[in-house]
Design a protein around this ligand. Structure first.
Ligand code: HEM
Ligand code: CA
Length: 297
């Protein structure tokens, strides 16, 4: 079975309005929440596919994905997903999966922050399992080089081109000092002034100020546009992995093309999001429609 844009046309046509209204009010309260929701979709899809495995809470007898290194102390927005789920359950009980809610909410977040719009394919079902090791092994760390980034995306059926386009999501949101410390202190492919600005908010000693935040896009971290790539051209990528996309390698030309054309970036970003949303979904009678996104029924 395949995902389709019309899956809820008869069973829950109101789902789109319900998701959008909760997403919009969450972003009105805190702009960063849009970024956090987009990242939830990415971290879900890279582990067992887009099946809401990320949303499952740990219990004494169940190890989920939330405590894995890329997620622990970092992923956020679960209360917003809960609020969407309750709104949608009121409208159409037992019909819409948490996995589809993530996909729709990610799209609405991008749109609300000024990015491109697209039709979301739906019909995913929710997992009854999660993978702690998958979260640790499949999600690229910020220390990754270009070859590693490319191969971790290839493992999900995504091309290097998709990887560069999807990385443009770093035009919104924040990162913690612990994730960019090595880049701003040790790397040479970084603008000197930018490095010292970031050093002032991120002490060199590990363990100190680890959770201090800096914007992934230094100019407009709450607006979805192509500034991320402009920063890379100026050697102002915040993460080591960001700057790897423009560091004299095979992806330089693609970065340059997105600097010249925001519409080219938007088109490829949409293609990438749709492809990422197609990563091994549960469909048909596989999995379940969770009542509460945090636990299996
Ligand atoms: C290419 C490989 C990628 C790496 C190495 C990477 C790494 C990271 C890291 C380290 C952070 C900061 C986390 C923290 O400090 O707590 C982050 C934030 C973020 N990432 Fe990525 N990421 C990648 C790709 C993506 C993709 C494909 C998307 C979505 C399509 C995405 C969306 C985001 C967003 C929106 C944030 C900000 C979240 C917030 O402010 O809450 N990233 N990423
Ligand atoms: Ca998953």
């Amino acid at each position: 079975q395949q995902l389709s844009t019309g899956f809820y046309s008869y069973s829950c046509p109101g789902v789109y309005g319900a998701v959008k209204s909760v997403v919009e009010s969450a972003i009105a309260k805190e702009k960063r929440m849009g970024a956090s929701i987009v990242r939830l979709f990415f971290h879900d899809c890279f582990v067992q596919g887009c099946d809401a495995s990320l949303l499952l809470d740990d219990t004494s007898s169940f190890q989920g994905e939330k405590m894995a290194t890329p997620n622990n102390g970092s992923v956020r927005g679960f209360e917003v997903i809960d609020a969407i789920k309750s709104a949608v359950e009121k409208l159409c009980p037992g019909v819409v999966s948490c996995a589809d809610i993530l996909a729709i909410a990610a799209r609405d977040s991008v749109v609300t922050l000024g990015g491109p719009n697209w039709d979301v394919k739906v019909g995913r079902r929710d997992s009854t399992t999660a993978s702690f090791s998958g979260a640790n092994n499949n999600i690229p760390p910020p220390s990754s080089g270009l070859a590693n980034l490319t191969s971790l995306f290839a493992a999900q059926g995504l091309s290097q081109k998709d990887m560069v386009a999807l990385s443009g999501a770093h035009t919104i949101g924040q990162a913690r000092c612990t994730n960019f410390r090595a880049h701003i202190y040790n790397d040479t492919d970084i603008d000197g002034g930018f490095a010292s600005t970031r050093q002032s908010g991120c002490p060199s000693t590990s363990g100190q100020g680890d959770n201090n935040l800096a914007p992934l896009d230094l100019q407009t971290p709450t607006v979805f546009e192509n500034n991320y790539y402009k920063n890379l051209l100026a050697k102002k990528g915040l993460l080591h992995s960001d700057q790897e996309l423009f560091n004299g390698g095979a992806t330089d030309a693609q970065v340059q093309s997105y600097v010249s054309s925001q519409s080219a970036f938007f088109a490829d970003f949409v293609t990438g999001m749709v492809k990422m949303g197609d990563v091994t979904p549960l469909t048909g009678s596989a999995g379940q429609i969770r009542k509460n996104c945090r636990r299996i029924n």
